[in-house]
Design a protein around this ligand. Sequence first.
Ligand code: C2E
Ligand code: MG
Ligand code: MG
Length: 510
Amino acid sequence: MAALYLGLMLACASVCAFATWSIVLDLSQQRLSSVARGVLSHFAAMDREARRSLDTFNRQPDAFCSDAELEKLREEVFRTRYVKDVGRLRGDKLVCSGVLQRLATPRDIVRPDLETPGGLSVYASEPLLLARNSRAPILQAGEANAVLDPDALADEVLLGADYVAGYVGKDGRFLRLFGRSVPLEPGAILAGKAVDRGGTVFQPACDVEQSLCVTAALEKATIRETNLPLLAAGAILGGLLGLIVALLVDVARRRTRTLPARLKRALGDGRLDVLYQPVVALPERRVVGCEALVRWLDDTGQFVPPSVFIPVAEARGWVSDITELVLRRAVVDLAPLLSEQPGFHVNVNISVRDLRNGAFFSIVDDVCAEAGLPPSSVAFEVTEHATADRDATVSGLRLLRDRGHRIYLDDFGTGYSSLSYLGDLPVDAIKIDRGFTETFDHDSSKSAVLVQILELARQLDLDIVAEGVETERQVQWFQDRGVTRAQGWLFGRPMSGETFVSIVSSARDV
Ligand code: C2E
Ligand code: MG
Ligand code: MG
């Protein structure tokens, strides 16, 4: 049982932890995607501004590096947000710029790191003249170049993920201008799809027209660390869920193992047996009938006595099913005796519930008719305490008697009001309870009551059957008091139909 609890808790905890991790990863990917798009739009704004500056000076009507143009270059540098300087080039030399003004010695221009399909030359990180020991990205088109602010995207770090921003060249290479380098090949960057590699999630985003690409990156370890409380909550929730599931499974299992559940299954599968105990005529001890007694070996092979499961069946309203099963089984098992020996009868125990169930009477009729038996072959025993519900019992018993079945009042003497209303009950015989048979010879008060019962029965013209007869002394006692029917271990224990039929048949043949 502990294994069930532990197993389900662990299983649910891992499933929930995994589900939470998937959700966290998905959310992180969405966040990464919005970081990538944010950086890209920032980068694109910078690119647009620089291109506009380059375009403006390439089309400038003023003379190259004239005072008028220098004035405009200064103004441009002042006006722009990302462009730190705009220079004018001629013959591979920087001649003047907004910040440096006219250079005493024009500076040589080196080959660019990359050329975009749109004709932009890109320098990733050039040493600057305007601020020694400083480097910055430079874009160049025609006879103009623009120095970009190297810290333009520094604030993007605040978005909580690493990023890289740069240009894609006409040769397909990716050139990083901003951020940390990322181990992704240009093809993967241009594809724009999330990539999970080496414990890091990468999310590229590109502006293909302007050859701009950005990739945001987040290490899974960081994702795990920042979402640790959430992941722990997921696992704990899973554990609790597992506990609830285990409890439910446990309750369901216990329920199916309860006696009513097992009995219901046995009844549904017809897994009840019927044994037969002989009833003999005294003094010759000839078998004149038998009592059908139900037996239940449950699915664990354990014998459950009828005194335990019959009350359960009565309380649950299943006793009529047991009565029907016993009745049908008895008629089949005892067919040779019942049809060949006139006056031979089988007694079937019934409950008051049967008498209140209208279908019961037609079942009895059908069973007898199908077997071709007269109603006198099947008698019914009803227990005395069950006659507490008198009206229903009396009318039900009358219906059975009217059909020709004999009625035995079972376990007589154990109830409380037996003697007072015995005369009103439509019965043919009484069965003296085993308790009396056991004790009458050493309990004088009991034997006095028993004598009274026998006298009353005789006055009412009722037959008497002594139950639970185990000794010759008991036989003698009953015989001396005119009792002519007896049942008990002395004459035979409850046995299978086959055994019973063969014993009775061989005794008859002798
Ligand atoms: P009952 O109808 O009075 O059945 C007689 C009981 O006494 C049976 O117990 C029988 O095995 C036992 N018995 C017979 N002779 C002797 C004997 O010499 N000594 C001792 N010590 N016991 C003896 P069982 O089969 O355990 O049945 C107990 C009760 O369960 C029955 O009492 C009856 O009330 C009920 N029952 C049994 N079968 C059915 C059934 O098919 N339907 C219904 N509704 N109740 C049943
Ligand atoms: Mg009985
Ligand atoms: Mg009895």
